[in-house]
Design a protein. Structure first.
Length: 197
């Protein structure tokens, strides 16, 4: 869980800008506009992962924000004291939902976010661009694939999605189609609990 004390000075204008008006559908744009929207959000949750066809990959991620009107209800009594002045990080009305679709991918790896490599600056020997959606030119994942796989028809590109609940590494021959899909609807009561800040 992540915690942000209520008394910490927060740029509310910046946080409010993250909660934008609902977008019903914005098609994939070759100019990178939708990718820029994805990399502009501060947090995302992985909500869905599937393989619609063999060797394809579809991810649904939902924007999350610090909810200044939310209340934290810790699941463990041990966390009650340190979370009493905390704010939840969660998806609320107005948060964007993104779909990423690779027609063909060679490999993907889903890692629990606490044990994965997601440092803001990354490792010294890795080279990437992007924030939430990273594109690597040099990475440990590419090194692993070079050692342990073969028969690739084209050079592999490494993409990484940094979510609050998972890290997803994808090796593919082409970038994904990215679109903004139907906006957030109120989370079901049995949905995942919010992160805490």
């Amino acid at each position: 869980m992540f915690f942000m004390p209520r008394h910490k000075k927060v740029d509310h204008a910046y946080e409010s800008a993250l909660v934008c008006s609902a977008v019903r559908y914005a098609p994939f744009m070759k100019d990178g506009t939708t990718l820029e929207k994805l990399n502009a959000v501060k947090y995302v949750f992985l909500r869905h992962l599937s393989e619609p066809r063999d060797n394809s990959l579809r991810l649904i991620v939902e924007e999350a924000v610090v909810n200044h009107s939310g209340v934290v209800h810790p699941s463990l009594t041990e966390l009650a004291e340190i979370s009493k002045d905390a704010l939840p990080i969660e998806s609320i009305k107005g948060c964007k939902t993104f779909e990423l679709y690779w027609k063909h991918c060679a490999a993907y790896l889903v890692t629990e976010e606490l044990v994965g490599s997601n440092a803001v600056e990354g490792y010294e020997d890795e080279v990437f661009s992007g924030k939430i959606f990273r594109v690597y030119t040099t990475s440990h994942f590419l090194d692993h694939l070079a050692r342990d796989t073969g028969g690739h028809v084209e050079p592999l590109q490494h993409y990484k999605l940094i979510c609050l609940n998972h890290l997803i590494d994808i090796a593919a021959y082409a970038p994904p189609e990215i679109q903004v899909i139907e906006a957030h609807s109120e989370r079901e009561s049995d949905g995942p609990p919010p992160y805490i800040t």
